[in-house]
Design a protein around this ligand. Structure first.
Ligand SMILES: [Zn+2]
Length: 415
């Protein structure tokens, strides 16, 4: 099974299990301290690392019951450096990060709950945030507010508010991140709350419900991406989709993904094949085929998720296989191929009198008018649908990213 197919199937199964959520958001929970680092020591002798660990496990169980995917940084009473926690989190492709701590103050009197997050309005010169985290301030703050409100409502602790902070785990990541200070181990009534298993369970429920009340933004891996606006607009329009809550904007678009997009845009089943002879290009548009026999490709079994769209594309003579009998559905498609096929589909879908085109002037050094895809590239450039990499370079043989494709589609729909 291809990865995408597996993900599609996975999403489908989750949809059945959790009908109100098309997929499971993924959450990283971080139990503060651990191992040789006990954290604060309570007036009642409680060690912060033990309290954090217990509440974190309870939050995990609550979130799992709500249908979330949850991973923990430390998975037992072991020491994890702060950088290790962030590095681990960044590799998880998760939607949000919550670190769980208990507080301490030397005055012995301060009590209550607070939630820390990185706020770019209060930068600390000596503790700079990651570039991504700087831009994530509104998301982290929103998450922090939901969790604080819910935690305080659940256990009745004093509300000490949100705290803009430069703590390492809240400022170095790449997803919305917060650090929860549940209560003060240094103050007797708060420490008594933290010593109670029933109260810790309430705290966990409060934190989990706060997380559940927060709606993670669409496509966590595009929050600070240059193409985000186009990506979000095309998703809202139902043209593009991601893998769970990720879009993978900088990954190369595959041939199967491209055809799927083109089918959504142009509705292949409503189109008629063009019988005009076209410049025959390996694997691309090849004019009318007399032989209508079923043709199969050795790398495209009917069980492949994209098999139906390849069959529709074949009826339109959009693609032919390679001479080795393959069609290579998972191969990255190039910018030249995209331009060629997109332009061809525009022509097929256009009414006869809108087909006239101005003769665009070659302007890319790497797209001479003799190039097979030149006509299409200059036609799309003329229509304002596609740009070069620079003013003089188009890079027709370079693969196209999923972000670039979303941008092209967005321009097409805006026109
Ligand atoms: Zn701590």
């Amino acid at each position: 099974m291809t990865l995408l197919k597996r993900l599609v199937l996975f999403t489908f199964l989750l949809t059945l299990a959790f009908p109100y959520q098309a997929f499971a958001y993924k959450i990283v929970l971080d139990a503060g301290h651990g191992g040789s680092d006990p954290g604060a020591i309570g007036v009642n002798g409680l060690r912060e690392k033990d309290v954090n660990w217990d509440i974190t496990q309870k939050v995990r169980d609550e979130l799992k019951a709500l249908g979330y995917e949850v991973v923990l940084t430390r998975k037992d009473d072991s020491y994890w450096a702060l950088a290790q926690r962030v590095e681990f989190t960044n590799a998880q492709q998760a939607d949000l990060f919550v670190s769980i701590h208990a507080n301490a103050h030397p005055d012995g009197k301060t009590n209550g709950s607070m939630v820390l997050y990185y706020d770019n309005a209060y930068p600390q010169e000596d503790y700079p945030a990651s570039e991504t985290m700087k831009q994530l301030t509104p998301y982290s703050k929103d998450l922090a507010q939901h969790v604080l409100d819910s935690l305080v409502a659940a256990v009745g602790t004093k509300n000490l508010g949100l705290v803009p902070s430069a703590v390492y785990v809240a400022r170095m990541g790449t997803i919305p991140s917060i650090l929860v200070e549940t209560a003060f181990l240094s103050q007797s009534s708060d420490a008594a709350l933290l010593a109670s298993d029933a109260v810790r369970a309430k705290m966990a429920k409060g934190i989990a419900n706060g997380i559940a009340a927060y709606a993670p933004p669409l496509f966590t891996d595009t929050l600070t991406h240059w193409a985000r606006e186009a990506i979000v607009r095309m998703q809202n329009k139902g043209v593009i989709e991601g893998m769970g809550n990720r879009y993978e904007p900088d990954r190369a678009l595959t041939r199967a993904e491209f055809l799927t997009l083109m089918d959504r845009v142009f509705s292949f089943s409503e189109m008629k094949a063009s019988c005009e002879p076209s410049g025959t290009v390996t694997s691309l548009v090849y004019g009318c085929q007399a032989d209508d026999a079923e043709q199969s490709y050795k790398d495209l079994p009917t069980s492949h998720w994209a098999s139906p769209v390849f069959a529709k594309a074949k009826k339109l003579n959009l693609l032919q296989g390679y001479s080795d009998g393959t069609i290579r559905p998972n191969q990255a498609i190039t910018r030249g191929e995209v331009a060629y096929l997109f332009d061809h589909l525009l022509q097929l879908s256009a009414t006869a009198n809108s087909r006239q085109q101005a003769a665009p002037q070659p302007s890319f050094d790497d797209v001479p008018s003799s190039l097979w895809s030149a006509k299409a590239i200059y036609a799309l450039q003329y229509k304002g649908l596609i740009n070069g990499i620079t003013d003089t370079s188009f890079k027709p043989d370079q693969t196209i990213t999923r972000a670039e494709m979303a941008t092209l589609l967005n321009r097409y729909y805006v026109k």
